[in-house]
Structure formats: C-alpha cells, structure tokens
Design a protein around this ligand. Structure first.
Ligand SMILES: Nc1ncnc2c1ncn2[C@@H]1O[C@H](COP(=O)(O)OP(=O)(O)OP(=O)(O)O)[C@@H](O)[C@H]1O
Length: 235
C-alpha cells in the first residue's frame, strides 16, 4: 500500500499541494481526478520522489520513503509512467522493452508477459517507437514499467489524447493486472468514466486540496460515483 499523508509540496516558495492524504491499496486502483493545474502531476512527482515534499509523509508498505531518492523507491517496487507516453523514439518497440529488461534475470519472460498484456505491440516490435500512435506509445510505456516488476504503478493520464477503443483496452488491462493481486495503481485521470470504472477509491483534487473522496466501481461502471465527481468538479 502507498500512503501520502498530509503531504505539502511545490516549486520554490510556491506551495502547490496543501496537505494531501491519499491511500492506494496494494491490490487495486486509486484514482485522482481534477482540473488542469490542480496539482495532480505535482502530487505524483512527490510520491515517486522527483519532488521533495515540504512536510507530511510518503509511506510504502508502511516504510517512510519520504527522504529516499527516486531510484531507491523504484528498487522497492514503485514504477512511474509520466504523462506523454515517453519512450526512446529512435529505438524500436523491441529495443525499448529490451533496455528495461537488460540485466534482469527473468528479462526475456518479463518482456513476453508484458507483450501478452498488450498484444497490439506484438506486431510492432520492429517499428521505431517515435512512429507509433499515441495509444501504442502509451501501451509501450506501461509495458516498459511492468518489466520492472512493480508492486505499485503510478500512471499520469494514460488515456490522454487516445481513441476510445484503446482507452477501453488500457482500462481492462489495468483492471486485470490489479485483479491478479500484488499490484496497486495510483491513477491520475481526466477521463472520469474510465478512472471510476477502474478504481476502488477516488479523490478529487482542486487547487492542491482533496475536496471529495469515495468508492469507485472496481471493474464495473459506477454512475453514482461519476455524478458525485462531476458535481465536485462542477462539470
Ligand atoms: N516545474 C514547475 N515549476 C513551477 N511551477 C510548476 C511546475 N510544474 C507545475 N507547476 C505549477 O504547479 C501547478 C500544478 O501543476 P500540475 O502539473 O501538478 O497540475 P496538473 O493537475 O497535473 O495539471 P494538468 O492536468 O494540466 O497536467 C500549476 O499551477 C503549475 O503551473
């Protein structure tokens, strides 16, 4: 389980996150939703250690990792997929997976397991990542993260700019992954229907504060949660 407890963080003297508490289950999805500029990415960067927190705590399986560098948090099982489907554009799909798998004992089988989760990538192994569609690049980015065998996956807007059929694929993969046990997901999303269907719990972040929280659909649509979130976000 990943817990952010009363976290305050920001840039220089400007505080952006004003005392946020979020719990991400060890075997499920917690979704954070909010308008542009609410502080969602800042919160994720604080969770993974790319941004120092000013106060509060980040706990991973009960251990206070607040002062650990990002590499040490990754070594403990955190994986972060930033916004924007990042991968090495000049490398092929296969090479992008291989660079993460290199040096890992189960490298080959981890690549195969990742490809089984995203079968669309199997026909694209020799294509340069820079030539993939946004949806394919997003699947590649998540596949790369999974090769590190994370226990907690942090995803920043994985469906941004992606067509609905691929959104549905990514959603069912996330639900399948967390359903197997041993993986939690902290998901930042603007796509409310998607987020709430995948989520066990949700948080609405507005101007750096949690203004609403509740239960998601855990794999099924959750119209009640959707209307609560839309009301909280005034949309
Ligand atoms: N590197 C930075 N330096 C200074 N301010 C920043 C930096 N990155 C973000 N901010 C500011 O912090 C606030 C929150 O930004 P953040 O990117 O966390 O929001 P967000 O909710 O992820 O937005 P979006 O949905 O548009 O990605 C914004 O006011 C933004 O301008």
């Amino acid at each position: 389980m990943l817990e952010l407890r009363d976290v305050r963080a920001g840039y220089g003297r400007t505080e952006v996150i004003h005392g946020v508490t979020v719990e991400v289950p060890a075997d499920g999805v917690a979704a954070v939703m909010g308008h542009n500029g609410a502080g969602k990415t800042t919160l994720l960067r604080a969770a993974v250690g790319l941004l120092k927190i000013n106060s509060g705590q980040v706990l991973f399986d009960g251990e206070d990792v607040s002062k650990l560098r990002p590499s040490a948090r990754v070594a403990r099982g955190l994986a972060y997929v930033p916004q924007g489907q990042q991968s090495f554009g000049q490398l092929t799909t296969a090479e992008n997976l291989q660079v993460v798998a290199d040096g890992r004992k189960r490298g080959r089988s981890l690549i195969d397991e990742s490809l089984d989760l995203f079968p669309a990538l199997k026909g694209l192994l020799t294509r340069r990542a820079g030539l993939l569609s946004g949806g394919q690049r997003q699947q590649l980015a998540i596949a790369r993260a999974l090769i590190t065998e994370p226990r907690m996956l942090i995803l920043d807007e994985p469906t941004e700019g992606i067509q609905p059929s691929v959104v549905a694929e990514i959603e069912s993969t996330i639900v399948e992954l967390t359903g197997r046990g041993g993986l939690g997901v902290l998901l930042v999303e603007q796509h409310i229907g998607f987020a709430l269907q995948a989520a066990q719990s949700y948080y609405v972040l507005e101007s750096g504060r949690i203004t609403s929280t509740g239960e998601g659909g855990r794999g099924v649509r959750s119209p009640g949660a959707e209307s609560a979130v839309r009301a909280a976000m005034a949309i």
